[in-house]
Ligand binder design. Structure first.
Ligand SMILES: NC(=O)C1=CN([C@@H]2O[C@H](COP(=O)(O)OP(=O)(O)OC[C@H]3O[C@@H](n4cnc5c(N)ncnc54)[C@H](OP(=O)(O)O)[C@@H]3O)[C@@H](O)[C@H]2O)C=CC1
Ligand SMILES: Nc1nc2c(ncn2[C@@H]2O[C@H](COP(=O)(O)O)[C@@H](O)[C@H]2O)c(=O)[nH]1
Length: 344
């Protein structure tokens, strides 16, 4: 198996077949719905709240609501359905979650999407939950994760998952690889490639996206959708207060397995950072859309499928072209996300 990550890959251009990048279609189908982009904000408390979820759904984007306000999930589904919008929620695997799924069926509140969201998704308990959900809610599109191996993908698919989420430890606020010695951190793109060869259903590449170009790379190596935390942190719409430090504005971004999320220092595998405030998420989504349209045009295609077949080169750390990363980041303008993050 070839081992590489996002910064080691460059995709090779093909002759363009469009007159303008605006002709390139970035839409993607998942679970019977078509979304504007193959991108979903991470189901984390500092990335997404109900207000933003509603805004994303209304505007044609996929979203997955986090599971950290358990009691809010039923009213959330009711609110989304009341507005004619799709409901997409997350589940854990503790015993009470099995009862929660039954309660949804009893109340006839069937979410269109459910994501089983645990750190180590290749487990008997996750397989048990997949079977439980698919048995009593067969119409719900079920995403399960996270895994980092083809065996993990296959077992979750065989249990009934409609899509799997790949990525153990590549996240910006993740400490799994340091604390446990395990994960796909540093070779996440190769892991997506490896897993996609075994997959019969869509794969969501989760974590490690640092630039908009990494979205196209994820698709090239087999992802249908890309889950992103850090690039979506720090916006006006992001949950949490803006903080001013030495005249600079920041917002918090913390891991779902951090002590800030858990409220205690137990099995901590995440940290908190301050990320520079970067204005409205609408501008970030627009830039992502334009950059992805450019990617499609460089691939010589007209839609996302065009990216899947293009050639590539592997050159260790070639992304900044020999420039110091800071300089390249400054020149890249808004794609400089993440630079200046303060680790707490
Ligand atoms: N993508 C990633 O790399 C990671 C993501 N996260 C995120 O953090 C959040 C909290 O996750 P998590 O810590 O799983 O807690 P959860 O609350 O999701 O617990 C998961 C369940 O699995 C059990 N479990 C057994 N082995 C493990 C293991 N190695 N790691 C985690 N759980 C295990 C836990 O029991 P017990 O607690 O008793 O062990 C618990 O019952 C989730 O949103 C998850 O997506 C966390 C770490 C890595
Ligand atoms: N190991 C941990 N991983 C975490 C934690 N909280 C979230 N995550 C994962 O990170 C991605 C987002 O990654 P990013 O690079 O785009 O910022 C998220 O979707 C989760 O899979 C955590 O506490 N520990």
């Amino acid at each position: 198996m070839k081992i590489f990550d996002y910064e080691d890959v460059q995709l090779i251009p093909n002759k363009s077949i469009v007159q303008s990048r605006s002709e390139c279609d970035t839409s993607v189908e998942l679970g019977g719905r078509t979304f504007k982009m193959p991108v979903v904000p991470a189901n984390m408390q500092t990335i997404l709240d109900e207000e933003l979820a509603e805004k994303l759904a209304e505007n044609g984007y996929f979203y997955i609501m986090h599971r950290f306000d358990e009691a809010a999930r039923i009213p959330f589904i009711e609110k989304m359905h009341g507005k004619g919008l799709f409901a997409s929620i997350s589940l854990g695997i503790k015993d009470a979650e099995f009862g929660f799924v039954e309660e949804l069926v009893e109340k006839d509140l069937i979410p269109e999407y459910i994501t089983i969201d645990v750190a180590h998704g290749h487990s008997d308990q996750v397989i048990k939950m997949i079977k439980h959900v698919k048995k009593i809610m067969p119409s719900t599109f079920l995403i399960a994760g996270n895994v980092g191996t083809p065996e993990g993908v296959r077992e979750l698919e065989n249990a009934g998952a409609d899509a799997t989420k790949v990525g153990i430890g590549p996240g910006k606020v993740c400490t799994t690889k340091i604390k446990t010695g395990f994960g796909t951190g540093g070779w996440q793109l190769a892991a997506v490639n490896w897993c996609s060869k075994a997959a019969r259903k869509p794969i969501i590449a989760d974590g490690g996206i640092r630039t908009n170009g990494d979205i196209a790379k994820s698709i090239r190596f087999g992802a249908t959708m890309v889950m992103i935390g850090s690039l979506f942190a720090g916006h006006t719409e992001s949950p949490g207060e803006v903080k001013e430090i030495n005249g600079q504005l920041f917002k918090e971004y913390f891991g779902s397995a951090s002590e800030y999320q858990k409220g205690q220092r137990k099995n901590v595998e995440g940290k908190k950072i301050l990320t520079p405030f970067r204005g409205t998420i609408v501008d970030t989504l627009q830039e992502m859309h334009e950059d992805l349209q450019s990617s499609i045009s460089y691939a010589g295609g007209k839609d996302i499928a065009g990216i899947r077949k293009c050639d590539y080169v592997l050159v260790k750390n070639s992304i900044y072209n020999g420039d110091s990363s800071n300089q390249a980041i400054i020149e890249a303008g808004r794609t400089s996300y993440g630079e200046g993050d303060t680790i707490l």
